[in-house]
Design a protein around this ligand. Structure first.
Ligand SMILES: N[C@@H](CC=O)C(=O)O
Length: 304
């Protein structure tokens, strides 16, 4: 993996892929299958990987965390930025930070939670974790007003934030007061649209954020990268047609579960065997997996 310190320029160079984490039949994180996913993404031009929700870091055993970090660092090329997640609870994050201190990841993302937290407390948690890591953290804004802009401003002043993953889902992403308020206090060059391809045109073109994260990129990296380049070139017709091409898979994700559908989609697209999903999430039944297979095949047949 790329071991240089966090550089905001990376955010516009590549879609930030948010991959699933492949496990073998007995549920262990699998080096071979995760390397296949990473190499598929890299072959499609992706140079940024974020291991968080889609990789179910929420439920990863603390005892497998360090080995997983080692595996991800080793499996990625020296041009690829890798960002692992910590948390969502403070105690878990604090212990994970101790393990992260032994690696060269440029930053880490604190997974968000709405349980047993309040905004002042979240801010002081981020500050302490960043201090202990010795590097700023990625702040994942998934819920409206989870952190007030004044707290984001103070964290920014203290150098505790590397970049923001903005992922508040709205029916109409163009009407987003919270995002405007965040951009009033934090540089847009360090804000990334965090909900995949669907709102990316609006977030990048109309709000001026720098890049986007995506789960679907794991199934078609060239396509997602072409969408990023089209937006950057102002070719919004091309970007829109690619957005629509991804939509059937995103619709299935929204209907059945973004994480679980992506986990199966990567397997159905013959990229890697993703294996069983961690407990606290359940596997999808065969009928839904069949729908995923059909969508992935139909996307491929409309790719040429
Ligand atoms: N949640 C989005 C973007 C990643 O964070 C997705 O999975 O597409």
């Amino acid at each position: 993996m790329l071991t240089t310190p966090f550089d905001p320029a990376h955010l516009s160079e590549s879609v930030f892929a948010v991959p699933p984490l492949a496990r073998n039949e007995v549920g262990q994180v699998c080096a071979v299958e995760n390397q296949k996913i990473i190499q598929f993404l890299e072959a499609g031009g992706v140079r940024s990987l974020l291991y968080g929700g889609n990789a179910v870091f929420y439920h990863m055993k603390p005892s497998e965390y360090a080995a997983t970090l080692r595996l991800l660092a080793d499996a990625s090329s020296d041009q690829t930025t890798v960002v692992p997640s910590i948390g969502p609870s403070y105690g878990l994050a604090a212990d994970q930070v101790e393990m992260l201190r032994g690696f060269d990841f440029p930053t880490a993302m604190l997974l968000p939670s709405r349980d047993v937290v309040d905004p002042q407390g979240i801010a002081s948690g981020i500050r302490r974790l960043a201090e202990r890591l010795g590097k700023p953290l990625v702040v994942y804004l998934k819920f409206d007003r989870w952190l007030e802009p004044s707290l984001i401003e103070a964290l920014h002043r203290d150098g505790a934030i590397s970049w923001i993953k903005y992922a508040v889902v709205l029916d109409d992403p163009s009407q987003d007061d919270y995002l405007r308020e965040v951009l009033d206090v934090f540089p847009s060059e360090r804000v990334v649209s965090g909900i995949g391809e669907q709102p990316a045109i609006v977030h990048l073109r109309d709000f001026g954020v720098e890049g986007f994260t995506s789960g679907c990129v794991c199934v078609a990296p060239e396509r997602s990268m072409a969408m990023l380049r089209a937006i950057q070139d102002g070719d919004f017709d091309t970007a829109e047609s690619i957005r629509q091409w991804f939509q059937p898979l995103e619709d299935l994700r929204n209907h059945y579960s973004p994480i679980r559908v992506l986990h199966h989609a990567v397997q159905e697209a013959d990229i890697a065997t993703t294996g069983p999903i961690l407990p606290m999430l359940s596997d999808l039944d065969e009928e839904v997996v069949g729908q995923i297979r059909n969508v992935v095949q139909s996307m491929r047949s409309h790719q040429a």
